[in-house]
Write a protein that binds this ligand. Structure first.
Ligand code: NAI
Length: 319
C-alpha cells in the first residue's frame, strides 16, 4: 500500500521491550522497517532481578519475522549505554519509546523510601537518562521522535500509587518541556497513558480482561506518534482497546478580586466562581504565559493604584 507508514532506514529504541506493551511496540516498528534496540533488564514487576532472556526472545521474534533488532540488557538508569548500543550497531537513533516500568504500589502511609526511589529510578530517571543521551543526536540530525509513557494513575492520581503517580506526572511535565525545546529541530515528543493487559496489570485486572485488552490495541498509536508524519508535539493521549483520545488542561475564567479587600473570606465567598467551568468561558492554557492576560487585567482593574507596572506580554488563550 502506497501510504503505509514505514520506518525504513530508521533506528528505534524501545525500553522495557522484553514483554507487555514494549514488546508490541518493538514488533510493530520492526515489521514496518525500523531497526530496533530491544532494551529490557528482564526483572520482576517490582523491579527486582534481571534476565537477559526477555530482550533476547523479542529480538528472536523480530528476526524470525524478517526484521532487524539487537538486544540491550541495561537498566534505563544507564540510558547512555542503551543509546550507545544503537549508535554502535547502526550509527543513529531516530525514535525513542520510553516504556520500561515497574510497580511498587503501597498506601502512602506504608510506602518506604525504597518504594519511592526504585519507582523514581525506572520511570522518571530512566526516561530522563535515555532521552538525555539521545537528545544531542536528535538535535544534531534535526530529527527525532520520542514517545513517553505516563499513566492515568499519574494524570489523575490513584490510591496506593503515590510513587508511581508522581513519576508518571513528572514524565508528562518533562515531555511538555522537551516538546517545546525540540520544536526548532523537528524533535517531537508526545506522551501516552495506555491501558492494556500485561503482567503489570494482571494483579489488578481479572484474567479475561488482561487477555482482552491486548497491547496490540495500543501499539498503532505509538507507531503513529513515532512516525515522521506525526503533526503533533507535546500531546497527551489516553488510550486502550482501540479507543484513543487526547487530553488538555482546562482553566476556569477564575475569580477577580479587589486587592484592597483580598482576604481568605473573599476567597471563600468566590470559591464557586473560581472553580466554575460551566457558567463562564474557560481557556485551555498551553504555556506558563497563558495566565498573564487575566493577571494583568485584574491588576489594571484595581480601585487602589496598582503596584509598579509590568512589561509582561499579552498571552494567547482560547475560550
Ligand atoms: P510490563 O511489566 O509487562 O513491562 C515492563 C517492562 O519493563 C518489563 O519487561 C520489565 O522487565 C522492563 N523493565 C523494568 N525495569 C526496567 C529497567 N530498569 N530497565 C529496563 N527495562 C526495565 O508492563 P506494561 O504493562 O507493559 O507497562 C509498560 C509501560 O506502560 C510502563 O511504563 C507502565 O507504567 C505503563 N503503563 C501501563 C499500563 C497498563 O495498563 N499496562 C497503564 C499505564 C501505564
Amino acid at each position: 500500500m502506497a501510504d503505509t507508514l514505514r520506518f525504513d532506514g530508521q533506528v528505534a529504541i524501545v525500553t522495557g521491550a522484553g514483554g507487555g506493551l514494549g514488546r508490541a511496540y518493538a514488533l510493530l516498528l520492526a515489521s514496518r522497517g525500523a531497526k530496533v534496540v530491544v532494551n529490557d533488564l528482564g526483572g520482576k514487576v517490582d523491579g527486582s532481578g534481571a534476565d537477559a532472556r526477555a530482550a533476547d526472545k523479542v529480538v528472536e521474534e523480530i528476526k524470525a519475522a524478517g526484521g532487524e533488532a539487537t538486544p540491550n540488557y541495561d537498566s534505563v538508569e544507564n540510558g547512555d549505554k542503551i543509546v550507545k548500543t544503537a549508535m554502535d550497531t547502526w550509527g543513529r537513533v531516530d525514535i525513542v519509546i520510553n516504556n520500561a516500568g515497574i510497580l511498587r504500589d503501597r498506601s502512602f502511609l506504608k510506602m518506604t523510601d525504597q518504594d519511592w526511589d526504585l519507582v523514581y529510578k525506572v520511570h522518571l530517571l530512566g526516561t530522563y537518562r535515555v532521552s538525555k543521551a539521545a537528545w544531542p543526536i536528535m538535535r544534531q540530525q534535526k530529527y527525532g521522535r520520542i514517545v513517553n509513557v505516563s499513566s492515568a494513575s499519574g494524570l489523575y492520581g490513584n490510591e496506593g500509587q503515590g510513587n508511581y503517580a508522581a513519576m508518571k506526572m513528572g514524565i508528562a511535565g518533562l515531555s511538555a518541556t522537551l516538546a517545546k525545546e525540540g520544536v526548532r529541530y523537528d524533535v517531537k515528543v508526545n506522551t501516552i497513558a495506555p491501558i492494556a493487559g500485561s503482567r503489570m496489570t494482571a494483579s489488578v485486572m481479572p484474567p479475561d480482561l488482561v487477555e482482552a485488552l491486548k497491547p496490540e490495541y495500543v501499539a498503532p498509536v505509538v507507531a503513529f506518534l513515532a512516525h515522521a508524519s506525526v503533526p503533533e508535539s507535546g500531546g497527551i493521549f489516553e488510550l486502550g482497546a482501540g479507543w484513543v483520545s487526547r487530553l488538555r488542561w482546562q482553566r476556569s475564567r477564575g475569580g477577580f478580586f479587589q486587592l484592597a479587600s483580598f482576604s481568605p473570606e473573599a476567597v471563600r465567598d468566590k470559591f464557586e466562581e473560581i472553580s466554575d467551568f460551566d457558567g463562564h468561558p474557560t481557556s485551555y492554557p498551553t504555556s506558563n504565559n497563558d495566565a498573564f492576560g487575566e493577571i494583568m487585567s485584574n491588576l489594571e482593574g484595581q480601585e487602589a493604584p496598582p503596584p509598579p507596572s509590568s512589561t509582561a506580554s499579552t498571552p494567547t488563550s482560547t475560550s
